[in-house]
Unconditional design. Structure first.
Length: 406
């Protein structure tokens, strides 16, 4: 079975490590691994400081809380993103302003961005979609600098470790990372903010983390069983037992939901407003050690897709380590079903401007027609997995005629 969305990073060694940590509760909340995780992240970004939180959206909300924003200040966001980016903005009392995307890197379109900037614009969230460098990154940073607008570069989908130094934040920028189960490196849950601004660093330390609790031991335990259960489900899926194991795990509430029901209803959930526990730092460090290798493999598989699948259905991805490889099709429902028959489960990030469907767009203040390019792509996009072997990638590629013509 080939998975795109379900536990793409989890291997047998990850499951074993998680089981070992499960029986070491004295390491769950505090420990030296938290410092190691910070050093590992900081090694990619010169002279920076990294702070960890339980999730990426808790990270973003914490950063917004120290930016001295006022009610109704505007934050510009791409109209091709997920609720985890938008809900913290609304929770802070700010107004999300949606800018359309360009079709090379699926990031903010510079021309539309310039139209959306007003005197109330205080922040731009620059999303690196699927791990691609935004086409207009330099222009956005320069414009923001001249207008005194803070830029948050959203690297939740990953980055290239060979040129990460070029992303090091300045006094007027910050980087947001995510270590969720579907991201470039996974500690099941987790997020981080990378800063060089000393004032913001001090504020995060004294005004946020000092008053933020760790998750309860029972909650950490549930996170630690995720990797073993996920690996068991993946291994047994082809034998017809995976669905049963998945159902049992969900019924027994052994698997913590990636998105809560409250978030699906369009509301920020404070359940994730917690510090990053040492237990997850142990899991994170295990994958960070392999990060460069993992990204190189993603780059090779992405290039393989790019080389074999019609260029009319792909973006500028010839040398990118994509988290998922995006293509556009005119018959997505049929294609997803046909691939599923062949035990290949493809993804569909994003299936509406603010995903996931059926998140009520009214609750996140998105009006249909605001970002027409993004809305069109949301109806056509399909994601191919990039953590597969070359043999598995070729199996997917062999069905390219179906992707284009069926």
């Amino acid at each position: 079975m080939i998975f795109t969305e379900f536990a793409p990073n989890e291997k047998f060694q990850d499951a074993l490590l998680s089981l070992r940590v499960l029986f070491q509760p004295w390491k769950w909340k505090r420990g030296r691994e938290l410092n190691s995780a910070e050093k590992n992240i900081n090694s990619y970004f010169s002279h920076s400081k990294t702070f960890f939180f339980l999730t990426g959206r808790a990270t973003l909300f914490s950063l917004l809380c120290v930016l001295n924003l006022k009610i109704a200040d505007e934050i510009i966001i791409t109209g091709f993103t997920c609720e985890a980016v938008v809900l913290p903005v609304i929770k802070k009392g700010c107004t999300p302003i949606y800018a359309d995307i360009e079709t090379d890197s699926l990031s903010i379109d510079f021309a539309d961005l310039t139209k959306k900037i007003t005197s109330r614009t205080k922040v731009i969230i620059l999303q690196h979609t699927f791990g691609m460098i935004p086409k207009y990154r330099s222009e956005v940073l320069e414009l923001a600098k001249t207008k005194n607008i803070f830029v948050i570069e959203d690297l939740a989908h990953g980055f290239n470790p060979t040129n990460s130094h070029s992303l090091t934040p300045s006094d007027k920028t910050a980087l947001i990372l995510s270590f969720g189960r579907s991201k470039a490196v996974s500690s099941v849950f987790g997020g981080g903010v990378v800063l060089t601004n000393k004032k913001l660093i001090k504020s995060i330390e004294s005004d946020v983390l000092m008053h933020m609790p760790f998750p309860a031991y029972s909650y950490i335990a549930r996170l630690l069983v995720y990797k073993p259960i996920a690996v068991l489900i993946k291994i047994s899926y082809s034998f017809g037992l995976g669905k049963l194991f998945h159902f049992i795990a969900k019924y027994l509430r052994l698997l913590t939901a990636e998105i809560t029901q409250k978030e699906k209803n369009g509301e920020y959930d404070i359940v994730f407003a917690k510090r990053f526990p040492n237990a997850l730092a142990i899991l994170l460090n295990h994958q960070l050690v392999q990060f460069a290798t993992i990204q190189k493999k993603r780059q090779e598989i992405s290039h393989l897709y790019y080389s074999h699948i019609s260029k009319t259905s792909t973006f500028s991805l010839s040398n990118t380590a994509t988290l998922r490889f995006p293509i556009l099709v005119n018959n997505r429902t049929t294609i997803l079903a046909e691939y599923a028959k062949n035990k290949i489960l493809l993804g569909q990030w994003y299936n509406q401007p603010i995903a996931p469907f059926p998140l009520p767009l009214k609750k996140v203040k998105y009006i249909i027609g605001t970002c027409p390019i993004a809305e069109k792509i949301c109806k056509q996009i399909v994601n191919l997995p990039t953590t597969v072997s070359k043999k598995e990638a070729m199996i997917i590629i062999k069905q390219q005629a179906l992707l284009i013509n069926k």
